[in-house]
Design a protein around this ligand. Structure first.
Ligand SMILES: Nc1ncnc2c1ncn2[C@@H]1O[C@H](COP(=O)(O)OP(=O)(O)OP(=O)(O)O)[C@@H](O)[C@H]1O
Length: 259
């Protein structure tokens, strides 16, 4: 009998893809991708530009339909499911900073997030006053991410790193089982990277995190498992020590020793 997760001490797989493929007008952007994301793990998707990372994210979150292959979330086949339903089931993608409303306070940004049904629409017709009952939960969330001191500031006035923290807090409002982060450290200085790394570490204790990240120092420091993509395919997978020793990965990133 084939081994199953029950036979191992590994944390359970919460998100998996098998044979994932996406064609764009004859061009194969993603091909035969297999991926297992485990509860409690921080999993990185890395690879050179154009490797297919964003396309995989779009396929997993159902923003793109796969040409073929299968995706399972918490044991359910979500391959043909609508994005809002997948979000309600616990697969939540953090968009870039633009997901924040700059003219609302930090607290109101989280309160608005808390009343989103599937994480994808905002019911502006509800007055902010009607959101009062969400204040205690919003304050608790802000405390957990270290933004409680900024609760009354306009979100647009926060530093770049703290905007990112707020943006992650708004996705945590949906209590995701799997959180997908698209380049969470993009454009950040050292201090902000440390803050956001600590936050990702703490949120991953209770869920899985899958992130696309170009900063390999961050990946080495933060991630339990790394999937390396190149030209639409998985080139290597494993912990950082394993993939960084892989000759194919070295060539993909740095060219051959003779280059
Ligand atoms: N909508 C589309 N139509 C046609 N080709 C596409 C489309 N989306 C992506 N591609 C192509 O698919 C390939 C993979 O792109 P993708 O954006 O997934 O790569 P990536 O690894 O995220 O790259 P980067 O690190 O530069 O963001 C690229 O060659 C890209 O040009």
């Amino acid at each position: 009998m084939a081994p199953t997760d029950l036979d191992t001490n590994e944390p359970r797989v919460v998100l998996s893809a098998r044979g994932l493929r996406r064609d764009f007008a004859g061009f194969v952007a993603v091909k035969s991708v297999d991926l297992d994301v485990r509860h409690g793990n921080i999993h990185a998707l890395i690879g050179p530009n154009g490797a297919g990372k964003t396309t995989v994210f779009n396929l997993l979150t159902k923003f793109l339909a796969p040409t073929s292959g299968r995706i399972e979330l918490l044991g359910h086949d979500i391959t043909r499911m609508a994005p809002a339903r997948v979000a309600r089931m616990g697969l939540v993608r953090s968009f870039q900073i633009s997901a924040i409303f700059p003219h609302l306070s930090v607290l109101d940004n989280v309160r608005v997030a808390l009343q989103r049904p599937g994480g994808l629409s905002v019911q502006f017709w509800r007055s902010l006053a009607a959101l009062d009952r969400l204040t205690p939960r919003a304050e608790e969330l802000l405390r957990s991410v270290g933004l409680d001191d900024a609760r009354n500031r306009l979100a647009g006035d926060l530093s770049y790193g703290r905007k990112r923290v707020l943006e992650i807090a708004t996705t945590l409002a949906l209590d995701p089982k799997v959180l997908l982060l698209d380049e969470p450290m993009a454009g950040m200085g050292h201090e902000d990277v440390a803050t956001v790394s600590d936050l990702i570490r703490s949120v991953a204790k209770d869920r899985a995190v899958l992130m696309v990240e170009h900063n390999l120092t961050v990946v080495a420091d933060l991630c339990d498992w790394i999937t390396v993509m190149q030209r639409g395919e998985v080139l290597a997978a494993g912990d950082y020590a394993t993939v960084s020793r892989d000759e194919r990965v070295k060539v993909a990133y740095m060219g051959t020793a003779d280059d």
